[in-house]
Design a protein around this ligand. Structure first.
Ligand SMILES: [Zn+2]
Length: 238
């Protein structure tokens, strides 16, 4: 199966928080999108690996992803040896994405930082023909980075206004992880109501920068090609 984009994350639910609206936009345009979690989030304070697996599958259905795979690189100590690199290379060659999305590698959570580096490097190596692994070599056009805890100046922002409600429904599918006044599980940083308020605020902030209600921001090491510069900056001034 070929896909247009693979969204990689270190832990299930990372991708919903940073890229959920972009995924819904892609799917609405008829693009095929896959999600690959490098771990099942087994070190999480709340919920069990089984509940998180169910929640991740429910969220992928809401987003409209063609598939969601979970690898086992180790939550809270994400491994990045040649063995893990080869698994990413195999995923890239199997699905042949035009672009891959990865965490910005300068991140507070070391798993995110390691995932960002690993995916960048493996996506490049996947294109080496002399590296024979069965499936044909394939190199994505770009690795596009999303932000998590640390914020840097974006290279571009996607207008996700129309997809915002679906993104929030996908986040809410992770019932064990996020704010739920009835939960008896221990309080965590992401389970506070203020965390979802921050996600809302960040979406509003990125949106305001492009004269939209909601936005999701990305960083690339090479800039995107823009066809219509006038349209790209339209709507800011009355
Ligand atoms: Zn994470």
């Amino acid at each position: 199966m070929n896909v247009d984009a693979i969204f990689f994350d270190a832990h299930p639910d990372d991708i919903e928080l940073s890229c959920g609206g972009t995924i819904v936009n892609f799917v609405k345009r008829g693009l095929r999108v896959g999600i690959v979690d490098l771990t099942s989030g087994e070190m999480g304070t709340r919920g069990t690996p089984q509940t998180r697996k169910r929640e991740a599958a429910a969220s992928a259905r809401i987003l409209g992803a063609a598939f969601r795979e979970q690898l086992d690189f180790g939550d809270g100590g994400l491994r990045t040896t040649r063995a893990e690199e080869l698994q990413i290379i195999d995923v890239v060659r199997k699905y042949r994405p035009s672009v891959v999305f990865a965490p910005w590698p300068d991140e507070r959570h070391p798993d995110h930082a390691r995932a960002g580096r690993l995916i960048t490097e493996a996506s490049f190596y996947a294109g080496l023909r002399a590296l024979e692994r069965g499936a044909k070599a394939h190199r994505p056009q770009a690795t596009i980075y999303y932000m998590q805890n640390y914020v840097v100046t974006p290279s571009f922002i996607v207008d996700v206004t129309k997809s915002w409600p679906a993104k929030m429904r996908a986040i809410a599918a992770f019932k064990s992880q996020f704010h739920n006044p009835k939960s008896k599980e221990p309080e965590t940083f992401i389970a506070r109501k203020s965390f979802l308020d921050m996600i809302e605020g960040r979406g509003r902030h990125w949106g305001a920068m492009i004269a939209a209600d909601y936005g999701e921001a990305y960083v690339t090491k090479q800039p995107p090609r823009i066809e219509d510069v006038i349209a790209a900056y339209g709507g800011r001034e009355p």
